[in-house]
Write a protein that binds this ligand. Structure first.
Ligand code: GDP
Length: 430
């Protein structure tokens, strides 16, 4: 339904707090009296400078008018740009409530945009994930989901499936003639296999977006007492991990996010590895170290012995660091980086190394978790065994079921509850 819209709602569209400007957006069937009071021509897409009087004080606001249906939601919309103080915003809220508007639920603007066919469900989710992204890497990885490139790929899969379905339906009439089943089922299976390859490719290249997607994890490993905790503290410029002369003090993994000019790396300090200990807690700590090392993007292998070589299991992703160079300089033959956590020598170079790691893109692409689950489900349905006399019927049904899953990616679902679940995850004002 495109038109003047549902009950009128409002929400702050800008981040709360002090700022130059705060934006309150309105949508729905806005009362005529509101336009009269603001001296705004309802049908004119324009902006107006207006002094809004809240009773005790006034604020000079820019009011933008987006007549229906040419607005984000497809309904009549107004945006009030006031000075960026939450006290003023609170006054605007009260002023609007007095005029019969109510505060919007999270995602209610986007839900209305979707219901009014202004955006697809995938576009709505793209908008939301674009706001949620915390690193540039995530924004880059979300690009094809947000721009519609992925949608085209899924549409292509669906049209191929429909092609197979047409072929299948043509065969259904002859499906009890065994020789027809044999000759045609092979060709249909081949076409289906091609679609499955494409779907498998999509699932391989597109991961589900989560809060920490693509955040790089770097783990400090090495024997006890080589200075891992000291390097950890130096990198963070903060005393987070306990530094001690006593070997085996770090047992739990200590994690901290290191901000690197707009990018973030999670650095982890771990229990030192030494085979000779009998301490059960230290041994448990070492198990955690190995686990953390296995799943890390990158290891900093710390040593204070220039002759030490990185154990085989860590070699492929490790950067060798010789610590305590203030005591003994590393020999010229040493191939790693020489640092001193005590004096800070070499720590800047190590930070640069981490920065280049943080900014290197993994090439992984991201989509909404919901879309990922639907693709997985479609893949599972299409991979079901079908054979024998019912081959055509079973395969046709599988294709219909898989297409239903893929259609739901775009919002072809009438279930109000599911829609609410999707939009309730959006932020307020979106
Ligand atoms: P970890 O067990 O590998 O985490 O090592 P720690 O960071 O706890 O350090 C073990 C000992 O080495 C402590 O007494 C630290 O003060 C000392 N240490 C660490 N880094 C340096 C360094 O760069 N130079 C010197 N001289 N001592 C260091």
């Amino acid at each position: 339904m495109v038109g003047k819209g549902l009950d009128p709602i409002f929400a702050q569209g800008s981040a709360p707090g002090q700022s130059a400007i705060a934006v309150v957006r309105l949508s729905g069937k806005l009362p005529d009296s509101l336009y009269d009071e603001l001296k705004i021509y309802e049908d004119e897409r324009s902006f107006f400078l207006r002094e809004i009087n809240f009773g005790d004080f006034a604020d000079s606001c820019l009011v933008l008018n987006f007549p229906a249906p040419g607005s984000y939601t497809g309904e009549s919309m107004l945006e009030i740009h006031s000075h960026g103080n939450q006290l003023i915003v609170a006054e605007i809220f009260r002023w609007l409530e007095e005029r019969g508007l109510r505060e919007a639920e999270p995602g209610e603007f986007s839900k209305r945009a979707f219901l009014n066919n202004k955006i697809s469900l995938v576009q709505a989710e793209g908008v939301s994930l674009g706001i949620e992204a915390e690193t540039k890497d995530q924004l880059v990885a979300l690009d094809s989901f947000r721009s519609g490139v992925l949608s085209k790929k899924i549409e292509n899969v669906m049209s191929q499936l429909n092609g197979v379905l047409v072929e299948l339906e043509a065969q259904l009439d002859f499906s009890d003639e065994e020789d027809v089943i044999d000759t045609k089922s092979g060709a249909i299976q081949d076409s289906l296999s091609c679609v499955l390859v494409e779907l498998a490719d999509l699932l391989k290249n597109y991961g589900p977006f989560e809060k920490n997607s693509l955040k790089k994890r770097v783990v400090l490993v090495g024997r006890p007492n080589v200075g891992k905790s000291s390097i950890f503290n130096s990198l963070l410029n903060e005393d987070v991990a306990i530094v001690s002369q006593e070997a085996g003090t770090t047992r739990d993994i200590v994690r901290k996010v290191l901000p690197l000019s707009g990018f973030e790396v999670e650095v982890e300090d771990t229990a030192g590895l030494r085979p000779e200990t009998n301490d059960a807690i230290e041994k448990s700590g070492m198990v955690l170290t190995v686990k953390a090392a296995e799943s890390a993007d990158f290891l900093i292998y710390v040593t204070d012995d220039p002759e030490e070589i990185v154990p085989k299991e860590f070699r492929d992703r490790s950067f060798l660091v010789f610590n305590k160079c203030d005591l003994n300089p590393a020999p010229s033959s040493f191939s790693g980086l020489s640092v001193s956590a005590k004096t800070g020598e070499g720590i800047g170079v190590l930070l640069e190394k981490l920065k280049s790691l943080a900014t290197s893109s993994s090439g992984q692409k991201l989509i909404s978790e919901r879309t990922h689950k639907k693709l997985e489900k479609a893949m599972k349905i299409l991979s079901k065994e079908a054979g024998g006399a019912d081959f055509f019927e079973m395969t046709a049904q599988n294709i219909r079921d898989a297409n239903q899953e893929l259609n739901e990616i775009y919002g072809e679902l009438d279930n109000e509850k599911i829609l609410d679940q999707i939009f309730n995850n959006f932020c307020i004002g979106k």
